[in-house]
Each structure stands twice: as structure tokens, then as C-alpha cells.
Write a protein that binds this ligand. Structure first.
Ligand SMILES: Nc1ncnc2c1ncn2[C@@H]1O[C@H](COP(=O)(O)OP(=O)(O)OP(=O)(O)O)[C@@H](O)[C@H]1O
Length: 324
């Protein structure tokens, strides 16, 4: 586990100190998938680098598996903590498989000779990530998403108690993103401590047990994801102007006030959800009051202004014309 005790993070500069965040407290527990979330420039990467000991904390203390960072050698750190950072890595010619195998180096002998168990683990990682088809391709020739999967593979092959990931799913397609979050969740259930920094708030809410939220004006907060939503903290930390978190849908809405409005009170789900989206694209809002502009869904048909429509597209065009 990772313990943070009154940690302040930032940079020593010529003119003084730039404090990015302070008073970061809490325990990133074993067996949990924890998301590190915050808007741009709030200090997520800085905190990850501080936890890794790549830069000193300005104040406070970081403990890894109960030991203060200052007391952990680089070799011991490599056995305890695996990391996937966003920095572009330059590998001299190396295949995906060789890159993943290099994750075993903290555990192998000086010659890097791998035992049967090491090879089994490599096979398992390649299988878990679904990268069998690219395992013999040169890393430098891969797409960004394939590179990301390979780097995650190297971290998994390291087989450490703690895994830190900085935006590991940024370049991945949706099924691969879900696969990575789900795999990290599975790893945490197996007893690992996993801290993932992400801008994907939706997947973080769905998969992470706890969230560590960073904000400019408010103190960092660590808590159960659903609790932070229900007590309003999550929304408060991310709402910006017209972009507001909707506690019902769990999504961020662009809450623009539309001049033109219709009433859809009687439209059931799922038609309602997609009708609202199509109306908003035409700058038509939803009126909470019954008005004469009512849309209905009856007998698998749309009804508006005494007309019937089999499909959404002509309905939306008719409303758009009528309300112009
Ligand atoms: N080497 C550096 N020297 C000085 N300031 C830095 C340095 N690296 C980052 N910063 C500053 O620290 C703050 C936090 O940056 P950091 O990269 O940790 O944010 P982040 O939350 O990871 O952002 P993003 O989501 O945009 O990647 C920013 O104001 C940034 O300008």
C-alpha cells in the first residue's frame, strides 16, 4: 500500500518554490483500484513522480509498503513498484516481447536468464492484453495504442505489489480501454495496490473503488467513488461553467439554456434519452412545463403537432421547422 502523510508536491525554482498541491493525506490500499483524477495541470503526474521518488516531496512523507521512500533502494523499488508513464520512451531495436521480458529484469540474475516461471508469466501477460499478434513486431513501429498496451505488459511482467499508471488508456480504443480498466481491477482483487491517473472520468467512476481528487482551490480528497458522487464532491471538483456533472446519469452535460423548448414528459426510455440528444443538436431544449409543443411516443410512432412519424430524423426536422 501507499501512505501519504501531509504531502506537498511541486517544484523548486530559481525565484522560489512552486507548490502544486499540499496536504495530500490518505492510504492507497492493497486490494483496491484507485483513480487519481483532476483537471489539467492539477498535479497528477507530479504526484506520481513524487510517489516514485523521481522528485522529492516539498513536505510530508510517502511510505511504500510501510517503508519511507528515503529508505528504499532503487533495486528494492523496482521489485515493489511498476510504473507506466506517459513520457515517450525510446527503445533501441526491441520487439514487443523483448520489451515485456525486460520487465522481469529486477527478478532475474545478472545475465537476465529467465526461468520457466518467468516465461509462463510473460505468456500470461501477452494473453491477458490480447497482444499475441504483435508480440514479435518492433516496438518503434507500433501505433500509439499498441505501444501503450506493450508498456502496460512490461509493468505487469514486473509483477510488483504496487502498480502506478499515468494515463495508460489515453490512446486505446473503447474495448481496449475497458479491457485495461477491468484487468487492473482484477489485479487489485488479487492483492495488488493499483493507482491509475486518468482523464476518463466515466471509466474511473465505473471501475475504481476509491478516487483521489485534485483541485486548485480545494484540498485533495480521497474516498469511495460512489460516496464522492453522492455527497457532491465529485461534481464540485469537476464542474466548470455550463459543463455540469449530472448525478442521475453519471455523465457531464453541457447545460445550455435553449430558447426553443418542447415537452417530452410522456416519452418513455430508451426513446427519451436519444430524443433529448437529437433535440439538443438542433438547439432545442426540454420544457419542464406542459406546453402545446408536446412530443409523444405511441404505438412505436412519434407524434407531434397532429402528425405521425416512423423515424426520428423527419420528426426532428418537422419540430425544427415548426419552432423556427
Ligand atoms: N518540470 C517542471 N517544472 C516546473 N513546473 C512544472 C514542471 N512540470 C510540471 N510543472 C507544473 O506543475 C503543475 C502540475 O503539472 P502536472 O503535469 O503534474 O499536472 P497534471 O495534473 O498531470 O496535468 P495534465 O492532466 O494536464 O497532464 C502545472 O502547473 C505544471 O505547469
Amino acid at each position: 500500500m501507499i501512505e501519504l502523510k501531509k504531502v506537498a508536491i511541486g517544484y523548486q525554482k530559481k525565484g522560489g518554490v512552486l507548490t502544486v498541491q499540499e496536504n495530500i493525506n490518505g492510504c492507497i490500499s492493497k486490494g483496491k483500484l484507485v483513480g487519481l483524477l483532476g483537471g489539467n495541470g492539477k498535479g497528477k503526474s507530479t504526484l506520481l513522480r513524487t510517489i516514485l521518488g523521481l522528485q522529492p516531496a516539498l513536505k510530508g512523507e510517502v511510505l511504500i509498503q510501510g517503508i519511507p521512500l528515503s529508505g528504499i533502494s532503487a533495486k528494492a523499488m523496482a521489485k515493489e513498484v511498476a510504473v507506466v508513464l506517459t513520457d515517450k520512451i525510446q527503445t533501441p531495436y526491441m520487439t514487443v516481447r523483448e520489451l515485456i521480458e525486460s520487465g522481469r529484469s529486477p527478478h532475474t540474475n545478472w545475465w537476465g536468464k529467465m526461468k520457466h516461471e518467468d516465461l509462463l508469466l510473460i505468456e500470461q501477460v501477452i494473453d491477458q492484453l490480447g497482444i499475441d499478434a504483435i508480440q514479435h513486431r518492433p516496438f518503434n513501429e507500433l501505433s500509439d495504442g499498441q505501444k501503450q498496451l506493450s508498456l502496460i505488459g512490461r509493468a505487469l511482467a514486473q509483477d510488483t505489489g504496487v502498480i502506478l499508471l499515468d494515463e495508460p488508456a489515453a490512446h486505446l480504443d473503447v474495448p481496449n480501454k475497458i479491457r485495461i480498466f477491468s484487468l487492473l481491477q482484477q489485479l487489485s482483487r488479487g492483492g495488488k495496490t493499483v493507482l491509475i491517473c486518468s482523464h476518463d472520468l466515466d471509466l474511473s467512476l465505473r471501475f475504481c473503488d476509491d478516487l483521489l481528487l485534485l483541485h486548485q482551490e480545494e484540498l485533495p480528497v480521497l474516498g469511495m467513488a460512489e460516496e464522492l458522487v453522492l455527497n457532491g464532491t465529485f461534481g464540485r471538483y469537476f464542474n466548470q461553467g455550463e459543463v455540469q456533472f449530472n448525478i442521475q446519469s453519471g455523465r457531464f452535460d453541457f447545460q445550455k439554456k435553449f430558447r426553443r423548448q418542447v415537452n417530452i414528459d410522456t416519452v418513455p426510455s430508451p426513446q427519451r434519452r436519444w430524443l433529448v440528444q437529437a433535440l439538443h443538436k438542433k438547439e432545442i431544449g426540454i420544457s419542464p412545463l406542459p406546453t402545446e409543443n408536446e412530443i409523444q411516443w405511441k404505438d412505436s410512432q412519434w407524434h407531434f403537432n397532429s402528425q405521425q412519424f416512423d423515424h426520428l430524423s423527419p420528426l426532428i426536422n418537422a419540430i425544427d421547422t415548426y419552432l423556427t
